[in-house]
Every structure is written in structure tokens, then in C-alpha cells.
Write a protein of this length. Structure first.
Length: 237
């Protein structure tokens, strides 16, 4: 039973050990992300969706490390995770594990990574399948998207500045704030690729998981501190 669909961004700088003296600059974002995770702690299982180069599913037995981002901060996707941490675990899985470890240590986290260039029909199919899986169980379940907005919002952004990114970011933010699945589904893949909205496929899978407009939609953080759109919030079915 789906009790909530939530969303958080994926910057490694959420992890204090990765940004040293600059940690204070991300305090507000970190608090907002952890607040979302604490709200989801009532669900014994999370289904996480993010994007990557290739599609992959990662089970709750996996462990990972942020070593590739500058510090050997280790995370687990479930209380029974064993083995050597995988340094190549996708970033969305690492962030989800980091949140689980700090806010919901008994929770099981399954991760679906969808290809960044997946077409909208593929994303919609994944979203429908995820919703069926979530609703097939009488226990409370949560859907968590780990994805960013455009990475071209300012001159200092990772992708430099693209004047089109502001409109794309505004559209994404408005759809999240109003609980508008159609607005997410309408994101243009080509334009999103050009403004480096790498999470587009995850947002569209999330939209398809909501077959009806959510009963409530809340955005608790919507800023671009590093020229990348970051959002936290929750939709309630």
C-alpha cells in the first residue's frame, strides 16, 4: 500500500564529510532531506527510483561507499546488508542508503535506476509497474525519487548557464508543488537533456505511479544553491 511519494535531490554534498568547511552552506538542504526521510520512516520498505547511464535494480542487501566522491562514508540499503561496500553503486542508491541509515535504519530499500535517456513511454511503464508492486502489499510502502532539476541555472552551475533552464525549472517546481503528474509527464526529453535535467526519466516514472491526482502535495525546499535545481517534498495518494 503506497502511503507517500516523496522526492529529494542527489548532490553528494549532502554528506558533511564530503564538503568539509562548506558543510554549513548545505545545512538547510540537508535538514529538509532528512526531514523527508524521517516522515517516510513509518514505512518498512522504500522503493527508490533514480537515473543513471544504464537501467539496474539494486536489492536491500547492497552496501555502498561515497569513496569515489571523496570520503569513505559507507551506507547500507537494509539492516541485513552484508559484504564489501560497492564504490560503483549509483549515486541515487548511495543517497537513499545514507538517508536510510540516519532516519530509518530498519527500513528495506529497493532501488530502480532508469536510464537517463529512457523515453517517456518506458518511464510510464516503470511507474505503473512500481505502483502495482507497492499496492500489492497491505503493509505501508513509500516511493522515493532521488533526482535533481536542471544543472544549468547559473554561470557557476556544472553545465554553465542555459537561458532555457529557468522555464524548465519553473515548470518542474510548479508541477511538484501542485501535485500535477501530467506536468511531469510533459517534460520534453530533448530539452531536458540539453539543460542537463538528468533526473527527467525518474520524474516521469514518479508521475506514472500516481494514477490519480494526489490528495496533497507539499514542497519543503526549492532552491538552486549551486546552480542546480533541488527540491524536497511529498505527495500523498
Amino acid at each position: 500500500m503506497l502511503i507517500a511519494g516523496a522526492f529529494v535531490p542527489s548532490p553528494p554534498l549532502l554528506v558533511p564529510e564530503l564538503n568539509g568547511l562548506a558543510a554549513a552552506e548545505t545545512d538547510a538542504l540537508r535538514r529538509a532531506v532528512l526531514d523527508v526521510a524521517r516522515e517516510l520512516a513509518a514505512a518498512p520498505a522504500w522503493l527508490v527510483v533514480g537515473t543513471g547511464d544504464v537501467p539496474v535494480e539494486i536489492p536491500p542487501t547492497a552496501r555502498g561507499t561515497f569513496r569515489g566522491y571523496g570520503a569513505d562514508v559507507r551506507v547500507a540499503l537494509g539492516p541485513d546488508a552484508r559484504g564489501e561496500p560497492d564504490p560503483d553503486l549509483p549515486l541515487a542508491a548511495l543517497v537513499a542508503g545514507w538517508l536510510r541509515d540516519r532516519a530509518a535504519p530498519e527500513t528495506l530499500v529497493d532501488v530502480h535506476i532508469v536510464a537517463e535517456d529512457a523515453d517517456p513511454a518506458t518511464c510510464a511503464k516503470l511507474g505503473h509497474l512500481m505502483r502495482e508492486r507497492l499496492d500489492a502489499d497491505s503493509l505501508p510502502r513509500a516511493l522515493l525519487v532521488v533526482a535533481d532539476g536542471p544543472a544549468t541555472l547559473t554561470d557557476k552551475a556544472p553545465g554553465a548557464f542555459d537561458p532555457r533552464s529557468g522555464n524548465v525549472d519553473s515548470g518542474l517546481a510548479a508541477a511538484l508543488a501542485s501535485g500535477d503528474p501530467d506536468g511531469l509527464a510533459a517534460l520534453d526529453p530533448a530539452l531536458c537533456a540539453e539543460v542537463r535535467l538528468a533526473g527527467r526519466a525518474a520524474w516521469q516514472a514518479f508521475a506514472a505511479a500516481f494514477t490519480h491526482t494526489p490528495a496533497s502535495a507539499t514542497v519543503t525546499y526549492a532552491e538552486a544553491p549551486f546552480g542546480v535545481g533541488y527540491y524536497t517534498g511529498m505527495w500523498r495518494p
